[in-house]
Design a protein around this ligand. Structure first.
Ligand code: E4P
Length: 215
């Protein structure tokens, strides 16, 4: 499973990229708004690190506007995936952009039928938002199970990108189901690394090492 960071914050991206566990980045207008920089500058900084997949969202709500924005975004860098919302206009724009060779990440997906439509118009990624479903007392991970099964049934090439991840158990469950990608906040990715027994074990090894004769 590919691991993406859901952030527009360059230091967070650089940290995980330097460790070597990062496969991509997803941004959205809310995340970009926290950075206090122009959208295009944020995208140029992230892509300059060499990140192979960087999702950037359109803000137009009509198909024509989305296509226009999508074309501009993809010109910024070959690593850019254009995010289109799951609306009728978003589906129409995705079909046009995908037909031109642009890789589209269909976002704001909350049902398996929406995911089916995203695959049919040629989206490269589909982003079901599991945390926001959990927030309204629906089990978000059941949606991932359904989408993975449907895509397998028909051999759709669209990759399932688990989004709106809130904690490490979401990552674990996504991997067990066989989702292609999981995008998560920096704090969640940090927690994947950590285990208290690793810290205790390392401290014990280092202490015992002091007793080994040197020189
Ligand atoms: C990813 O592409 C989405 O923008 C993101 O995961 C949404 O997460 P949130 O529900 O925590 O805002």
């Amino acid at each position: 499973m590919k691991l993406f960071l859901d952030t527009a914050h360059l230091d967070e991206i650089r940290t995980m990229w330097d460790i070597g566990i990062l496969d991509g980045v997803t941004t959205n207008p809310s995340l970009v708004s926290k950075e206090g920089k122009k959208f295009e500058d944020v995208l140029r900084e992230i892509t300059a690190l060499g990140i192979p997949s960087v999702s950037a969202e359109v803000v137009a709500t009509d198909a024509e506007g989305m296509v226009k924005e999508g074309r501009r975004l993809r010109e910024i860098h070959p690593s850019i995936y254009v995010k289109c919302p799951m609306t009728s206009a978003g589906l129409k724009a995705t079909k046009i952009l995908a037909g031109e060779g642009t890789r589209v990440n269909m976002t704001l997906v909350f049902s398996a039928n929406q995911a089916l439509l995203a695959a049919k118009v040629g989206a490269a990624y589909v982003s079901p938002f599991i945390g926001r479903l959990d927030d309204i007392s629906e089990v978000g991970m059941e949606l991932i199970e359904d989408v993975v099964q449907i895509y397998r049934n028909y051999s759709f090439p669209t990759e399932v990108l688990v989004a709106s991840v809130r904690h490490p158990i979401h990552v674990l469950e996504a991997a067990k189901i066989g989702a292609d990608i999981c995008t998560m906040p920096f704090a969640v990715m940090e927690k994947l690394v950590q285990h208290p027994l690793t810290d205790i074990g390392l401290a014990r090894f280092l202490k015992d090492w002091e007793k080994v004769p040197k020189g």
